[in-house]
Design a protein around this ligand. Structure first.
Ligand code: NZQ
Ligand code: ZN
Length: 384
C-alpha cells in the first residue's frame, strides 16, 4: 500500500430540496456569478430554485457553456466577471459547467495568458471561490480539483488541475437528475464506472480497503445503472448513482494505489477529433484496453471478475474473457455502444488519433507508463 496524504475540502450537501442551502454557503457580501450550460436548468426548475436561494445575494448570470466546454466561451465569462465585479462563482450544471467554472475561476486570478494553463500546464495558484449545484452525476468534478477544456479551432481537449480549484461546496440533489435524457444518464454511469476502474484495475499493492471501496462503487453502479433508465424517478436509484459518481473521483479511492488513466486520455482524442460524448469514448476504449493489457492486469482482472461480477468458474483466461465481455455488455445494456464502427470510425482514423496523442504528450500512459503511441494504436484496433 502506497503512502498518501489526503484532504478534500469540498463540503457535500446531499439530498432532495438541498439547493436552498446555497443561501447560507455563500457569504452574503459576495457578488455571485451563476454559470450554466445550454438552458436545461431553465426547464427543470433548477434555475428557479437557485434564484430563490440567492434572493438575498447580489448576482448575475452567464449561460451557454457547451458540453466539452470551449476555451473561448470561458474567455467571454471572464469579460463578464470583470464588468460585474463578481467575487464568487456558482456552477449550475454537469461536469462541463463545473469544469468551465473552475477554469474561469483560475483564469480570473491568473497573471498571463490563460491559454498557457492548458497548453503549458502553467500553475494556477489562486482562484475565485466557487460552488457547484450538480445536475448530472458523472465526472466527480463537483468535489475534485480537475477540469478539461477544449480549444475548438485546434481540436485540443486539454486537462488542468490545481488545488486552488476545489469547489467550496457541492449540492447533490438526486431529483434534479430526473430531467436528464437517457443518453446522459447512461454516459454518466459509464464515466463513473470507468473512473473507478482506472483506479482499481492495475496491479495489487495490498490496499484492501481501497479495493473494497472500488468494488462497492462498481457493484452499486451495475445494480442501479439499468434501473436508473427503467425507473427514472426512483429516488434511491438516482441517489445511489449520484453518490457513486462523486465517490468515484473525489480522490478517496485513488489513494494508496497505482492509477491508469490511459482509457481517459485516448478517449479525449476521440471527443476532440470525432465529437463522441465523453462517456461514449470510455465505453469504446475500456474493453480494448482490458484486452490489450490483460497480462499486466491479470491479477486485478481476476479479482474484478470474482468480486464484482461473481465469475467463479472456468480457467483464468476464460474468467478474464467473460469479465471483459460482461463489461462491454453492461455498457451496451445502458444503450452506450462500444465499438468505433458504431460511431462511423474506421482503421484509417486511427493514425490521426495517435498523432494527437503525441502532440499532447500522451506517450507514456498507464500504471506502468508503457502505453506508448504504438500500444494506443493496438488498443484502438481492438476497438474497431
Ligand atoms: O448544457 P445543459 O443545458 O446544462 O445540458 C446538459 C448537456 O447538454 C445536459 N444536462 C445536464 N444536466 C441536466 C441536463 N439535461 C437535463 N437535465 C439535467 N439535469 O447534459 C448534457 C451533457 O452535460 P455535460 O456537463 O457535458 O456532461 P458531463 O457531466 O458528462 O461532463 C462531461 C465533461 O466533463 C469532463 C469531460 O471530459 C467532459 O468535458 N470530465 C471532467 C472530469 C473532472 N473534472 O474531473 C473528469 C471526467 O473524466 C471528464 O473528463
Ligand atoms: Zn471521465
Amino acid at each position: 500500500m502506497y503512502n498518501f496524504s489526503f484532504q478534500n475540502p469540498t463540503k457535500l450537501i446531499f439530498g432532495e430540496g438541498q439547493i436552498s442551502k446555497i443561501a447560507s454557503s455563500i457569504p452574503k457580501d459576495k457578488k455571485v456569478l451563476v454559470i450554466y450550460g445550454g438552458g436545461s436548468i431553465k426547464n427543470n426548475g433548477v434555475y428557479d430554485q437557485v434564484s430563490a436561494a440567492l434572493a438575498e445575494h447580489q448576482w448575475s448570470e452567464f449561460g451557454g457553456i457547451e458540453p466539452n466546454p470551449g476555451f473561448h466561451t470561458c474567455l467571454k465569462a471572464l469579460e463578464q466577471i470583470k464588468a460585474d465585479g463578481s467575487e464568487f462563482l456558482l456552477a449550475v450544471g454537469g461536469g462541463s459547467v463545473a469544469d468551465a467554472t473552475k477554469f474561469i475561476a483560475g483564469a480570473a486570478c491568473f497573471d498571463g495568458d490563460p491559454l498557457t494553463i492548458l497548453t503549458e500546464g502553467a500553475k494556477v495558484r489562486k482562484a475565485l471561490p466557487l460552488g457547484v449545484v450538480l445536475t448530472l452525476p458523472a465526472t466527480g468534478s463537483e468535489s475534485n480539483p480537475n477540469g478539461v477544456v477544449t480549444r475548438y479551432e485546434t481540436q485540443d481537449k486539454m486537462p488542468f488541475y490545481s488545488r486552488a480549484l476545489y469547489p467550496q461546496f457541492a449540492v447533490l440533489d438526486p431529483t434534479v437528475t430526473y430531467s436528464l435524457p437517457e443518453k446522459q444518464v447512461a454516459n454518466g454511469i459509464v464515466d463513473a464506472f470507468v473512473h473507478t476502474i482506472e483506479q482499481y484495475l492495475t496491479f495489487p499493492v495490498g490496499a484492501d480497503l481501497q479495493d473494497r471501496f472500488a468494488e462497492g462503487i462498481l457493484r452499486t453502479l451495475i445494480d442501479n445503472g439499468p434501473k436508473a433508465l427503467s425507473e427514472p424517478k426512483n429516488y434511491n436509484v438516482r441517489a445511489n448513482v449520484m453518490w457513486s459518481a462523486t465517490m468515484a473521483l473525489n480522490g478517496l479511492i485513488g489513494l494508496a494505489v497505482p492509477q491508469d488513466w490511459s482509457t481517459h486520455f485516448i478517449g479525449h482524442e476521440l471527443t476532440a477529433l470525432h465529437g463522441l460524448d465523453h462517456g461514449q469514448t470510455l465505453a469504446v476504449v475500456l474493453p480494448g484496453m482490458m484486452e490489450e493489457k490483460r497480462e499486466q492486469k491479470r491479477e486485478k482482472l481476476l479479482q474484478y471478475a470474482r468480486e464484482v461480477l461473481a465469475i467463479e468458474h472456468g480457467t483464468e483466461n476464460e474468467r478474464i474473457d467473460r469479465a471483459i465481455e460482461e463489461t462491454r455488455a453492461f455498457f451496451e445494456s445502458l444503450g452506450v455502444q462500444t465499438r468505433l464502427s458504431d460511431y462511423g470510425i474506421g482503421e484509417n482514423d486511427i493514425p490521426p488519433m495517435i498523432e494527437a496523442l503525441k502532440k499532447h504528450n500522451m506517450v507514456a500512459l498507464g500504471e506502468h507508463q508503457d502505453v506508448t503511441p504504438e500500444v494506443s494504436a493496438a488498443v484502438l484496433k481492438r476497438c474497431l
